[in-house]
Structure formats: structure tokens, C-alpha cells
Write a protein that binds this ligand. Structure first.
Ligand code: BGC
Length: 845
């Protein structure tokens, strides 16, 4: 049979075993040629980032690669934390940045660039976009996610997906779902009520799936209301497939498989990374014992193979044009930068202004986050170089502060000296790379004090301070009044430096707006008391009141509201027309410069019988206007505009009544207001307002147990670890602190010492943090087959105080593993098509 898969044609006919023609052979027939061992082998990793092959049938391997904002293909040693170097690729701005562009077309174009680089590097599946909701500004991976609003996040994710897949590469939206903290991420159970789940945590994925048609999707590490995401049948089948029409395959997050067979049953096709065949053997024996049918394995394999064959990368794929991609990365950054403050129109800086550049980030930019998304950039522009190369009148640069905190009088004094000699100061500041990373959450929302010390000192000698910020998540700004202007680049990728220079000099007009609220302080966030969950569970007590849905409804002052951002020009809104399907209005650029405005449609219902946010984003448009130009903007209201999830009917419903339709330049800057009356679906009101007082009054920062239980519709699950019981597979290394065996406690002490040492140095040790948060089953799931589950169980026995018994079991499990691996290898090597075998047997008889 020919291996020319590229010429294969697929016919997407819906789910089930569907037919794909491969040089005359249909997929169903191909599967029928495989032995059970071969089938199982294709449903789990062959290494850290690739799947196995079946050579005798010409089935190639699939390569999956991070990450959301650039390709991280490791040519040498591979790991899932971004610790080892990867091939050079363009580091585009991260999702938190691009979301500020509110530009769907840009997102799709960026997807095309990512897809092109994936093809050039032989990657079939790009592990992104990431679209978890920003429940708390402290989540360590917020920089990889789009927004606190599911509509905006979903639209951006769908755009990335369409773009990536236009290049013949599969996108893989992640992490599905309710994965909003890093602490104990593989153990934690997100306790969330049904309405919040559907409206907030699933709606973004719903949009991404329905409007982006991803060919794959990654289930998250955590549990949701008691069931691991990777084996959550309701999520992976009833909702994802049956309701939303998903037609791709689901992959576990790396090491996130719990019970492989339950995962398969629930709709999880592929387990990653390799477990050395251990999981495949589980699948084979589950079929043999009748726990699952072979037909299920066939169906899962069929769905996986459809994507494999649809994403075959030609061997001679062209290299991408690095310089052109770099230029595009700069364009994306320009469109995403947010101007937060510009008193007395200090910006753009004119050519006569003598500018001092201060801050370590101006020499070494902060441009991406840490962890599995880390990209090895093709090149990296330095802010200071970009400033001097542009049209600004730069008088010099000084470091100002030590990058990772700590006092330095010499640096401070040099900064003050330079500030004194300048007309204006560009002070580069923000979160350092140790503050935000995969695997850890921030503990507070502050930036390093030494940066604030510099700001205070230079503001005393020069009133014209422009803060140039970087960081992937909001931080507190009690020092804001010391700055006359503030420009925020977020994490703007390898070409971000030039983008900032263009904004500062006026070569480009800022047009980004915040895709998340900037609270005044951590204490004022709705999750202050609930984030992160530190034991077994994380309680989502704030319910639907995430981000602006809380601040705006409960009237809590914020530093910068959702949807906020300034321009060097001004816009006026007029001619408002509304019906229940479309909103239209006119925007006029009333200033002297061309610019782009992001108009936002918010819908609310004052006299609602259910509790709701005062306003919710239901549409938006980014419009470019020359000076003096006007344009009519029409925004279609879709099926999400008036719906809410009704827990009694178990579906989305519409409440009849009068809705406010508003168009704003931000959630707090409403320019046009109207009302319409909408017919409802007459569903019963599912709530007893008396039992949910905090929710009806939006005071959700301190919800009582009884109210949360009423919202959940069941008792709140116990979060405590039962320290009297022996540790189990799903307990974590973190819990070794109370292990019964001395070996376990010793391991805990060693890990803690390593973690503390790294923290003292100010540099988190991601590997140790990962191990700390790892459940014991992870030993078998993350070591490429060096340890299997029986060995992991034996190690657990040792930790639980049965030293000799556990050790004995460890040795025998190891011997068994060796034999099983040999046996599997033999079966795979001698595999013969079951059909041919049958035919041969018939001929014989
Ligand atoms: C991350 C995923 C990533 C995977 C592979 C995991 O630790 O959670 O986002 O795609 O590693 O690197």
C-alpha cells in the first residue's frame, strides 16, 4: 500500500465510523486490518510529543507541539515545562496581549502564521489556543489566556483556530475545563454550580468549537465537581460532541490521564505523553475482560485517525520567512498595546523632547511567560535599541533597579541623575519573569518594590514620567498618580520593543483595550477569600460574578475597567438603532489623527427574576477611521445575547422582559443606550432568592456555606484531606508531609528544601513545583514507561510505611513490567492483519 497520505481525501460526514478514502482503502477497513494491540498503541504517546506508528500499515506518527503563541518543538531532550531549548520560532505576543486587540481578523491572521510555522517544523497539532477564564489575577498562567469574559475569549479562540487550521494543522483549544489555578492543578476539584459552569467556564469553549471547528481539544488536569476532566463523560460527550458538534479528538493534558479506560469511555481519545505501553495494555485487557467493547476502541481510533490523515505535513514543507514573521509579530503587538493614561497629551513624544530611558526591562525585555508555552525566539528586539532606532530624542539609558527585587542605592542615584537631565522619562517596569509561570500562582498582586522606589525618586525630580509596562496579568498601581502617562505592552512577544517605540513616537496610534479588569487591590477581587483552593477542592463561591460581572454589578471601584483603553484621537458615537437581532450605530473620529476604536455591546436586564450581572458583553467591533471619518457599525446579536442557563430545565432559556442594550467605549463608558422587549421561553425561575441573598445583592466576596450549598443544589464537598488514611494514587507529593512512612516524609522534606531554596533565590524551580503538585499516579504517567502503575502503587506502599512489602512489590512489578513490555513488543512486531489471518485460516481448512 502506498504511504502517500497527503493525497488522501476525507469526507466529514459526522460522527461514528466514517469513511475516509486512502488510496482506495477506507478508514474502517484500515482499522479492521489492525490487531487490538496495534489499535491500543495508537491511542497513547510514543514519546513526549509524538504518537506511535503502525509501520506495516503505513500509519505515521502525529507530532503535537506547544504552544499558544509560538511553536515549541524540542529537537533534543523534550519536556512539558519548557525547560529544555526548542527550535527557533517566532514568539508572537501571548494571548493575554492579543486579546487586548479585540481584533478577530488579526487573531485569525496570527493563527495562519502559527500554522505556517507548525507546518515548517513538521507539527500536526498545535497545542493552543488556551482559553481558560481569568477567575483571579493571581493564576500563574493568565498570560496564556485571553480574558475574564467568555464571549471575547471564545471569539478570539475561534479566530486562532480557524487561522491555524487553514494551514492544514490541527488547533487544540485547552484546557477543557474550569482549570483556573496552578496550585495542585492535577489534584484539585473545581466545585462550581451548573449555571456558572455553563455561562462562564464553558461558553468560551462552546464558541471556539462551534465557530472554529477545532480538530482536537485538550482536557484539563483538574476534576470538575468530583470527576476528572479527562474522564468526564458529560463534558466530553454530552456537551462537547452531542450539544456542540465537536468532530475532532480529545487529548489529555500531559500526564493528566487518571484511569485510562474510564477516559476512553468518557470520550478521551489520546493519552499523552508515553507511558511505555502501560496504558495500552490496560486498554487491551479492558477489551478482553469485557469492560469496554472493541467497537469503542475502533470508534476512538477512527476519530483520531481522521485528524491524523487530515493533517499530514508534506516532507518538503517550506521554511517560513523569519523576517516577515517578525514584522507581523510587531504588527500584532502594535494593535494590542493599551494606552492607560495620557495626561496633558504627553504622548506621543515629539522629536524635541529629551528622553531618558530607565529600567532593566528596557535593556532585557519581558516579552513572554514561563512554562510549556516558552518559545525560543528567532530574534529578540531590545527596547532601548528600538527607541534609539526610531525618531525619539533619547539621551541615554540606565538600569534603575535590580530585575528581581532588592535595593541598590547606586542604581537609584544614577536613575535620578539621568531623570534630572531629561525632559521626560520612559520608565520600563512591570512583573518580572519569576512572578508568573506555569505551575505556580502569584501570592500577591504587587510588582517589586525597588521599581516603585525608582519611580518615586525620579518623579520627585521630573514630573513627566511615562511608565512603560509589561506583564501578563494585572498588578496593583497605588503609584499611578506619579506617572503622567502609562503604556502597557502586556507580554508583547519578540518584536514588542519596536511596537512600543512606534506608539511612543506616534508612528502608530494605540488602539488596544483591556480584555480584563484591573482591580485596585487583591483584597477587592471577588475571589480574594476563595483563591486558590489549597486542599482537595476549590470552591467557586463567587458564581457568575467573575471580573467585571462583579465589579460593575456590585459597584466596586477599579483601577481600570474592562474594555478600557485610550487613543491619540477621539471618537463619538451616534445614530443608535436596535432590535433583537442587530445593533447599529455610527462612530466618528473627531480628532486629528487616524485611529481605531473598539465599540462594545453590553446587554443587561434590570427587573430580572434571576440574579445577573448588570451588563454582559454580547458583541464588539474594531473600526478603523481616518481623521474626521464616520462609519456605520452593525453588530449582529447571536444566540448568546439574551440567554441564561436554567438549572431546573437543564438548558439555556430566555427570560421575557425589557433588556437594556448599550454600546460603550468600555464597560464604564457607555455612549449609547436603548431598551428592547424580548419574548421569553417561559421557563420556571430556578432560584429561591431568600436562600441566595448574596447572589441577588451581588455581595459575593463572602458567601456563606448555606448559600453556596443552595447555589450548588447539594452539600459542599469536604475539602479536607483525610490524614488518617493511607495516601492513594490521586494524592499528591505535597501530602507526603503526613505520610505514615519515613521515606515519604523524607521525600517531602527534600522537595520542600529544594522549593524553599529556589524561592529564597527568587527563582521558582518549576520542576520541583511540578513534583510537589504531582499526584502519585503521575509517577507512572510522566516517566515515559520507566515506572508503570503497579510500580507506582508499590512506591506508594513504601511512602505509606510498608517499606519491605512495598519494596518487594516494587521489584516484582518491575520484573512483570519488563515481561509485559517484551510480550507487547513481540505482539506488535509479529502483528498480522486479522482479516488476512482469517482468510488464511479459511484457506487452510
Ligand atoms: C500544559 C499544557 C501543555 C503540555 C505539553 C502541560 O504541562 O498544561 O498546556 O500543552 O504540558 O507541554
Amino acid at each position: 500500500m502506498s504511504n502517500n497520505w497527503v493525497e488522501s481525501t476525507s469526507r466529514r460526514e459526522g460522527r461514528g465510523l466514517y469513511r475516509m478514502e486512502l488510496n482506495g482503502l477506507i478508514l474502517k477497513e484500515l482499522i479492521a486490518q489492525m490487531t487490538l494491540e496495534e489499535k491500543a498503541s495508537l491511542l497513547s504517546g510514543g514519546g513526549q510529543f509524538y504518537t506511535k506508528t503502525v509501520k506495516r500499515l503505513g500509519i505515521p506518527s502525529m507530532y503535537l507541539s506547544d504552544g499558544p503563541h509560538g511553536i515549541r518543538k524540542q529537537a533534543g531532550a523534550a519536556d512539558h515545562l519548557g525547560l529544555n531549548a526548542s527550535l527557533p520560532a517566532t514568539c508572537f505576543p501571548t494571548a493575554a496581549t492579543v486579546a487586548n486587540s479585540w481584533d478577530i481578523e488579526l487573531g485569525e491572521e496570527l493563527g495562519r502564521y502559527l500554522g505556517e510555522e507548525a507546518v515548517a517544523q513538521g507539527v500536526n497539532v498545535l497545542l493552543g489556543p488556551g482559553l481558560n477564564m481569568k477567575r483571579s489575577p493571581l493564576c500563574g498562567r493568565n498570560f496564556e489566556y485571553f480574558s475574564e469574559d467568555p464571549y471575547l475569549a471564545g471569539k478570539m479562540a475561534a479566530a486562532y483556530t480557524r487561522g491555524i487550521q487553514s494551514q492544514g494543522v490541527a488547533a487544540c483549544p485547552k484546557h477543557f475545563a474550569v482549570n483556573n489555578q496552578e496550585l495542585l492543578r492535577m489534584h484539585n476539584d473545581s466545585i462550581v454550580d451548573e449555571r456558572t459552569l455553563r455561562e462562564i467556564y464553558l461558553t468560551g469553549f462552546e464558541i471556539a468549537v462551534k465557530e472554529g471547528n477545532p480538530l482536537s481539544l485538550m482536557s484539563s488536569y483538574n476534576r470538575i465537581n468530583g470527576t476528572y476532566a479527562s474522564e468526564n463523560h458529560r463534558l466530553l460527550r454530552s456537551i462537547l460532541v452531542d450539544e456542540w458538534g465537536f468532530k475532532g479528538f480529545v487529548v489529555t493534558d500531559w500526564g493528566g490521564s487518571n484511569d485510562r479506560v474510564d477516559g476512553l469511555k468518557a470520550g478521551n481519545h489520546l493519552e499523552m505523553p508515553s507511558t511505555g505501553g502501560d496504558s495500552d495494555r490496560e486498554v487491551v485487557s479492558a477489551v478482553k475482560s469485557g469492560r469496554i467493547s472493541e467497537a469503542l476502541v475502533d470508534e476512538m481510533l477512527d476519530e483520531y485517525l481522521q485528524v491524523l490523515f487530515a493533517t499530514i505535513i508534506p516532507e518538503n514543507a517550506p521554511a517560513f520567512d523569519m523576517e516577515q514573521h517578525h514584522q507581523f509579530a510587531q504588527k500584532v503587538a502594535i494593535k494590542s498595546i493599551v494606552l492607560l493614561k495620557n495626561d496633558d497629551a504627553l504622548l506621543p513624544l515629539n522629536r524635541d523632547t529629551k528622553v531618558a530611558v530607565i529600567g532593566d526591562f528596557a535593556e532585557t525585555p519581558r516579552y513572554q511567560g514561563f512554562g510549556s508555552s516558552v518559545v525560543n525566539p528567532t530574534k529578540l528586539d531590545k527596547p532601548f535599541d528600538s527607541l534609539t532606532a526610531g525618531s525619539l530624542n533619547v539621551i541615554g539609558y540606565t538600569t534603575g533597579y535590580k530585575r528581581h527585587g532588592g535595593k541598590d542605592e547606586g542604581l537609584l542615584k544614577a536613575a535620578v541623575d539621568m531623570a534630572q537631565r531629561a525632559d521626560a522619562v520612559l520608565l520600563y517596569m512591570g512583573l518580572d519573569e519569576r512572578s508568573e509561570a506555569e505551575g505556580m500562582d502569584r501570592k500577591h498582586m504587587r510588582i517589586n518594590q525597588n521599581q516603585i522606589d525608582v519611580l518615586n525618586a525620579i518623579a520627585a525630580v521630573n514630573p513627566k514620567i511615562v511608565a512603560v509596562l509589561s506583564g501578563g496579568s494585572p498588578f496593583e498601581m497605588p503609584w499611578l498618580d506619579k506617572c503622567k502617562a502609562v503604556v502597557h505592552g502586556y507580554l508583547s512577544g519578540q518584536a514588542g520593543a519596536g511596537a512600543i517605540a512606534d506608539i511612543l513616537s506616534g508612528k502608530a496610534n494605540p488602539s488596544g483595550k483591556l480584555a480584563e479588569t484591573w482591580p485596585i487591590s487583591q483584597e477587592e477581587t471577588p475571589t480574594f477569600k476563595y483563591f486558590p483552593g489549597v486542599l482537595k477542592t476549590t470552591e467557586y463561591r463567587e458564581g457568575i460574578y467573575i471580573g467585571y460581572r462583579y465589579y460593575n454589578t456590585a459597584d466596586v471601584s477599579v483601577r481600570f475597567p474592562f474594555g478600557y483603553g485610550l487613543s491619540y484621537t477621539t471618537f463619538e458615537y451616534s445614530d443608535f438603532c436596535v432590535n433583537d437581532q442587530v445593533v447599529s450605530f455610527v462612530i466618528t473620529n473627531t480628532g486629528a489623527l487616524a485611529g481605531s476604536e473598539i465599540a462594545q455591546v453590553y446587554i443587561g436586564m434590570k427587573d430580572s427574576k434571576i440574579f445577573r450581572a448588570a451588563r454582559e458583553l454580547k458583541g464588539f467591533a474594531k473600526v478603523h477611521l481616518e481623521a474626521g471619518e464616520s462609519k456605520t457599525v452593525s453588530i449582529v446579536l447571536d444566540d448568546k445575547a439574551f440567554r441564561y442557563f436554567n438549572t431546573e430545565t437543564g438548558q439555556f432559556e430566555i427570560e421575557a422582559g425589557t433588556y437594556s442594550i448599550e454600546v460603550g467605549a468600555s464597560i464604564q463608558d457607555i455612549r449609547l443606550t436603548s431598551e428592547i422587549s424580548v419574548a421569553g421561553t417561559n421557563a420556571p425561575i430556578p432560584y429561591d432568592a431568600e436562600k441566595l441573598c448574596s447572589y441577588y445583592t451581588e455581595k459575593v466576596s463572602n458567601v456563606s456555606d448555606s448559600e453556596f450549598a443552595a447555589l450548588l443544589g447539594r452539600p459542599i464537598p469536604n475539602s479536607e484531606w483525610d490524614r488518617s488514611k493511607p495516601l492513594g494514587r490521586n494524592d499528591t507529593f505535597f501530602q507526603l508531609s503526613y505520610a505514615k512512612g519515613w521515606v515519604g516524609r523524607l521525600v517531602y522534606l527534600i522537595l520542600t528544601a529544594r522549593k524553599n531554596k529556589a524561592e529564597k533565590k527568587g527563582k521558582p524551580d518549576l520542576n520541583t513545583l511540578f513534583q510537589y503538585n504531582l499526584p502519585f499516579r503521575g509517577i507512572a504517567k510522566m516517566m515515559g514507561g520507566a515506572v508503570d502503575m503497579a510500580m507506582a502503587d508499590a512506591i506508594l506502599e513504601v511512602f505509606n510505611g510498608h517499606f519491605f512489602k512495598g519494596f518487594g512489590h516494587l521489584i516484582s512489578a518491575w520484573l512483570r513490567k519488563g515481561r509485559a513490555a517484551k510480550d507487547t513488543a513481540m505482539k506488535l512486531a509479529n502483528a498480522e492483519s486479522p482479516i488476512h489471518k482469517k482468510e488464511a485460516a479459511n484457506e487452510h481448512s
